[in-house]
Design a protein. Structure first.
Length: 146
């Protein structure tokens, strides 16, 4: 397995990364994904992808955030392993990579939010020695669920 970082406009984003990302974010179209990454990149959004041979088998969207609660934190927007590659160490490798990046970027911690329905993901995070520290509250402002 190898992990690479992808810049906006990289052809692999639509062709190889998006199909895996859509397993977690099925609402994403190629155009919407490109628009989100184009805008989000300026806010620090990055995408890293795990490849096994020539196949993308895992994706993480992440950024460094600084706020009063966590100070400097590597925040994971998206973390997904392709269904066919689950339980093969892809998620573990991706989290380890993100931890390394966080340390190199002088972050104090790694944080992610996970939908309450994703119980398999929660078991994985707990196995990875992550703690449940907070609830996330959301109120749609545009009439759509987020």
């Amino acid at each position: 397995m190898r992990i690479i970082d992808l810049e906006p406009g990289d052809r692999r984003l639509a062709a190889e990364v998006l199909p895996v990302l859509r397993e977690l974010r099925p609402h994403l179209t190629e155009e919407l994904f490109a628009a989100v990454y184009a805008e989000g990149h300026g806010q620090g959004l990055r995408f890293s992808a795990v490849y096994d041979d020539d196949s993308c088998v895992g994706v993480a969207g992440w950024r460094v955030i600084v706020n009063t609660s966590g100070l400097r934190t590597l925040y994971v927007d998206d973390l997904v392993t392709a269904g066919a590659a689950r339980s093969q160490g892809v998620g573990h490798a991706l989290l380890a990579y993100l931890e390394e990046r966080g340390r190199a970027l002088r972050c104090r911690g790694l944080r992610l939010d996970s939908g309450t329905q994703r119980t398999d993901a929660h078991r994985f995070y707990l196995r990875e020695r992550m703690d449940i520290r907070a609830f996330t509250f959301m109120k749609p402002l545009d009439g759509e669920e987020g």
